[in-house]
Design a binder for this molecule. Structure first.
Ligand SMILES: C[S@@+](CC[C@H](N)C(=O)[O-])C[C@H]1O[C@@H](n2cnc3c(N)ncnc32)[C@H](O)[C@@H]1O
Length: 224
């Protein structure tokens, strides 16, 4: 039977790949990644393990990606893996978090292909470690979201917001108004990693590879 591994490659640094991920990539028959103008961050992370293996960059349209686009991607993957061989589909962070792999896996559901998923270190976990920001402690609630919505703050003590490219002024203003502090973590584990706390600098920054960690100011993790 054909097999596909969905592999999370972590936040970017190659030494944050898991040993299982590294071993599977090293022995894979074929590598699949979404095409990002001829590049892909997960591919960069795993580059030294890939050697001269066949790499298939899968195109997705800009903007809204449809079910038909995912079906076509699944078709490319299914046809690209030979019988009794295995391929890997690489995603940044973890494959089960805001990832193309989730939709592709769904489209492969009725095909004769075995699927296994290998966890990767999620970006917001790496960002929490780099910035020494506890994500959540006993008795708290933590929220992960892509786009922020003011209502989300009602029942949480801590949150990670992944979509930072839009208008950040309102978001930061709102967090401050609700007594949440924040850190903007950019390119965590990569060469240009930065942790910013100055509001104006954060507002001006336009790096897609960034996220915001935010905690309620009264939240206390000094221990009892
Ligand atoms: C489509 S989501 C993928 C999330 C990924 N599957 C995960 O587990 O982290 C892309 C977002 O991940 C975040 N991200 C990924 N790598 C990052 C890094 N090295 N530093 C900061 N944010 C990162 C950014 O918020 C980016 O917009």
């Amino acid at each position: 039977m054909k097999k596909l591994y969905g592999i999370g490659t972590g936040p970017g640094a190659s030494d944050l790949l898991t040993i299982r991920a590294a071993n599977l990539i090293k022995d894979a028959d074929i590598i699949f990644v979404p095409n990002n103008k001829g590049r892909n961050m997960a591919l960069d992370t795993a580059r030294d393990l890939i050697g001269d293996k066949k790499i298939v960059l899968i195109d997705f349209p800009m903007g809204q990606v449809t079910k038909e686009d995912y079906r076509k991607a699944a078709e490319i993957i299914f046809n690209g893996i030979a019988e009794n061989e295995y391929g890997v589909f690489l995603t940044i962070g973890d494959s089960m978090i805001y990832s193309t792999f989730i939709y592709i896996m769904n489209e492969l559901d009725n095909r004769k292909i075995d699927i296994e998923i290998v966890p990767g270190i999620p970006s917001f976990v790496a960002a929490a470690c780099a910035s020494k920001t506890p994500l959540t402690v006993k008795g708290e609630s933590f929220l992960l979201c892509d786009e922020y919505n003011p209502k989300l703050l009602d029942n949480v003590d801590s949150l990670a917001i992944l979509k930072t490219l839009g208008e950040k002024e309102d978001l930061l203003h709102y967090l401050e108004k609700r007594d949440f502090n924040y850190k903007y973590v950019k390119r965590v584990s990569l060469e240009k990693e930065e942790i910013l706390q100055d509001k104006d600098t954060i507002i001006k920054d336009k790096d897609y590879i960034s996220l915001i960690l935010s905690r309620k100011q009264e939240a206390n993790y000094e221990g009892k």
